[in-house]
Design a protein. Structure first.
Lengths: 330, 134
């Protein structure tokens, strides 16, 4: 699961501190991407391409690991044996996705340990949506259905990017996510077609997750800085608004089908533009949560610290002092 | 210490006493061991195909992690793991040395380089013309 990348750093946008790349090599690199070929780990690449990809894949990896936390909490209380098994499988998948993505990022020359450290010390971000709590079982069904659906929209688009290892990881991830979406949708429908208490519970969860879901793809194109360069290099393949609209277009009808509502009177599709319109979702909250002040940020990071500290003795016991870490090959 | 917000909404937090923990955790380089390339064979008789990597301290754990990561869905008959550092390769910069393999002037060693039907048809046509004149 993955959503909004946080806004690009200032120095990237203003092209400050950007090392000057060899123009001939840059030309060959861009021609390769224009021909639709993938870039592989040992190829020459512009410093900014490497930097932005590490940042993006690393954040994606962190999001998978952090995304397992709100759901993992519910394994012991999932209603029924089948739901419990499905949730265990899903949480295992999410952590597996984290591993796949850390490996893809590692091929760009940043170690997994360095990435984990940047998560622990707050230097590196993860998807905002995982800083919200799963208060009831209905929240878990909304996460499984809609958060995973949003992540799939994002990931299917990104899997057409230019960096080989990232695309290969995403293809594998998208296959598993299709099960996440289906089991989430199934659990969601069960509540939505159940007793009044169940329907109320799922409606309340929808109301809670509506704003985080609108935030999921990041600020509107009007307010977010585009990087033509990243589009040209096929690091970013679609704008935030385009992806958000694709998600709304596909999934709002599935919510309305069950006679559930979304808590925004202004939410409607503009038939002329083909775009869904909605009330301003308070982007200052989005920025606040990204910068660490969401309902669960401190807890999420604390759990990671706990896990690293308490797992250390196992890792150390198995270390081979003569062996050196190596970068993955592909 | 990271200040935790109250009320704590994640019930697991109450079970593990995270307040007792740390905010200066640093994972040391090499602590996540080193990487292994994983090759997956879908069914007996197929080739093993590279599918990704795992981190592990030795081959036994590498196989175990590879099974969890790459063998828990869909068909799998067998898995190989190889240390990433034991893989040797050409550079993509030298890719042009393979151009030869598909070059048109090398058609003489490919089935497509021999047009037998053309010759047979020409022969048959000639034969037909000859028999027509008699």
């Amino acid at each position: 699961m993955y959503g909004n990348a946080d806004p690009l750093p200032e120095d990237f946008i203003q092209n400050k501190n950007a090392p000057t790349d060899d123009p001939i090599k840059l030309g060959e690199f861009e021609a390769r991407i224009d021909r639709g070929e993938k870039i592989e780990p040992h190829d020459w690449m512009p410093a900014d391409y490497r930097k932005q990809l590490i940042r993006m894949i690393e954040q994606h990896a962190h999001s998978e690991i952090m995304g397992a936390l709100p759901e993992g909490t519910w394994i012991t209380r999932a209603p029924g044996f089948k739901r419990k098994l499905a949730l265990i499988a899903k949480v295992q998948d999410e952590v597996g996705h984290g591993h796949l993505l850390y490996s893809a990022a590692e091929t760009l020359d940043k170690s997994r340990e360095a990435m984990i450290n940047d998560l622990l010390n707050g230097k590196s971000k993860y998807s905002n949506i995982f800083n919200y709590p799963a208060k009831t079982w209905a929240d878990v069904t909304v996460i499984g259905f809609l958060v995973d659906a949003a992540a799939i929209v994002n990931q299917v688009i990104n899997s057409k990017g230019s960096y080989g290892p990232y695309c290969r990881a995403l293809e594998r991830i998208c296959y598993e996510e299709s099960f996440h979406l289906k089991q989430g949708h199934d659990a969601f429908i069960t509540l939505a077609t159940g007793t009044k208490a169940q329907r109320d519970m799922v409606q309340e969860a929808l109301n809670r997750w509506y704003i985080p879901l609108i935030h999921f793809f990041g600020p509107s194109d009007k307010d977010s800085v585009h990087s033509q360069k990243l589009m040209k290099w096929r690091v970013k393949l679609a704008t935030n608004d385009f992806m958000r609209n694709q998600f709304l277009d596909q999934y709002i009808p599935k919510i309305y089908d069950l006679d559930l509502t979304l808590p925004d009177p202004n939410l409607k599709k503009n038939l002329e533009t083909g775009y869904w319109e909605f009330s301003d979702p308070d982007w200052s909250e989005f920025k606040r949560v990204i910068n660490g002040d969401g309902p669960c940020n401190a807890e999420r990071i604390a759990v990671r610290h706990y896990a690293e500290e308490h797992g250390r003795w196992v890792r150390k016991a198995l270390m081979k002092p003569t062996e050196k870490a190596t970068l993955p090959f592909a | 210490m990271i200040p935790l917000k109250s009320p704590i909404l994640d019930p697991r937090i109450k079970r593990v006493d995270v307040e007792q923990t740390f905010n200066k955790t640093v994972v040391n380089e090499n602590e996540n061991w080193f990487s292994w390339e994983v090759f997956h064979q879908k069914k007996r008789g197929d080739q093993h195909i590279h599918v990704g990597i795992v981190h592990a301290p030795d081959e036994q754990l590498a196989l175990l992690f590879a099974k969890e990561q790459y063998g828990r869905r869909l068909l799998c008959a067998n898995i190989w793991v190889v240390k990433s550092s034991d893989i040797f390769t050409f550079s993509y910069d030298d890719q042009d040395m393979f151009d030869n393999a598909t070059a048109p002037e090398k058609q003489y060693r490919d089935a497509s380089g021999f047009k037998v039907m053309e010759k047979i048809n020409r022969y048959k046509k000639l034969k037909k013309e000859k028999s027509g004149t008699h």
